[in-house]
Design a protein around this ligand. Structure first.
Ligand code: PBG
Length: 344
């Protein structure tokens, strides 16, 4: 060994690793922060019902509402003013049947909502959730025959739904049903109908999760029999999630999603390492309700907890976060520390 190396080894031994140096001041912490959360990363999910003047709080989701089209437009103005780039709309029709006919009705509740929001706020990105469960009398995401959920007959209805949303002016289509081949089917249907420019955000790795419970109260979409395990993914399957993501990319997805977010951050992080498409994560209703409940009980500090959750989802690799916290986060990020949190 050369004498210089011995000296170097000695110096190394004397050097303490002091990661606290760059934690000392707020300015320093800002400089070395690895993950940024911005309003640009947020998408706000909203529930539309028929009628006028309706703003009905959802019992399982404090501060979230079922809104009629007129009130939805009002709330979208607030969302746009907070510089949140997009909303995702879920429709709750009055009439449900076994063909989900309101899902693709020209004057369906989502179609009317899209037209009204695009008319009032052309700059706001309006995404539509494409699924049949809210429109089916049995609450399943596909066509049912003898207690089974049929794959290919469901694709026809999903295609019609997606095209009707695009015709109403939707900026992006987000299929959440988990039928095989639906991304390709919807892509082709959109292209044939003249919507080659309308992107598809696929709920690619969507798990059969208990954390959708509060949403099903909000969307009145709980299945009347059985559960969704024959089409949504087994929560135990991380590798299969990567296959689902690959299939959706091959079928033409523009953005791929992992859902739920928090309990599946490993799936998100693994996909982030391999996937060069923008990635979304859905911070679902149960994750929202769980945090809101703990905060309302005084068990968690609301101001810190929800921002930590959103930052963690970004750190794991999401470009976009679909979250009921979107408006609260946008306000805090703008420096508004005063407006009370909507879930408290
Ligand atoms: C429709 C759909 C669901 C969610 C988004 N789209 C519910 C489900 O699959 O049962 C859940 C969203 C949430 O929990 O916030 N299929």
């Amino acid at each position: 060994m050369k004498p210089g190396n011995a000296l170097l080894a000695q110096v190394r031994e004397d050097v303490q690793n002091r990661t606290r140096r760059t934690r000392e001041t707020a300015a320093m912490r800002r400089m070395v922060r690895e993950t940024r959360l911005s309003a640009d990363n947020l998408v706000y999910p909203m529930f539309v019902v028929e009628g006028g003047g309706v703003k009905q709080e959802i019992s399982s989701m404090p501060g979230q509402h079922q809104l009629s089209v007129d009130r939805l437009v009002e709330e979208c103005r607030e969302v746009a003013a907070l510089r949140i780039p997009g909303v995702i709309l879920f429709g709750i029709p009055q009439h449900k049947d076994d063909a989900a006919s309101e899902a693709y009705a020209g004057k369906g509740v989502v179609q009317e909502a899209v037209r009204a929001v695009k008319d009032a706020l052309p700059e706001l990105c309006v995404i539509t959730d494409v699924c049949l469960c809210e429109y089916m009398d049995h609450g399943h995401c596909g066509v049912v025959e003898e207690g089974r959920i049929l794959n290919d007959p469901t694709l026809d209805l999903l295609e019609r739904t997606a095209v009707s949303h695009a015709q109403a002016g939707a900026d992006m289509i987000a299929p959440s049903d988990m039928m095989d081949g639906r991304v390709g089917a919807i892509r082709r249907a959109l292209d044939r109908a003249g919507f080659a420019q309308t992107p598809v955000m696929a709920y690619s790795a969507k798990f059969a999760s208990a954390f959708y419970g509060p949403f099903r109260v909000a969307a009145e979409s709980a299945p009347a029999f059985g559960d969704r395990s024959s089409y949504q993914m087994d929560p135990a399957n991380g590798r299969e999630a990567q296959r689902e993501i690959d299939f959706d990319i091959a079928e033409g997805a523009d953005i791929v999603m992992v859902k739920p977010a928090l309990v599946y951050l490993d799936v998100l992080a693994r996909a982030r390492d391999r996937v060069n498409l923008p990635m979304a994560a859905y911070n679902v209703s149960g994750e929202f309700a769980m945090l809101a409940a703990a905060c309302r009980n005084g068990w968690l500090d609301p101001e810190r907890a929800f921002m930590e959750v959103l930052t963690a989802i970004r750190r794991a690799g999401a470009d976009l976060i679909l979250t009921y916290f979107a408006k609260d986060a946008a306000r805090r990020l703008q420096g508004d520390a005063k407006t009370p949190l909507s879930f408290m």
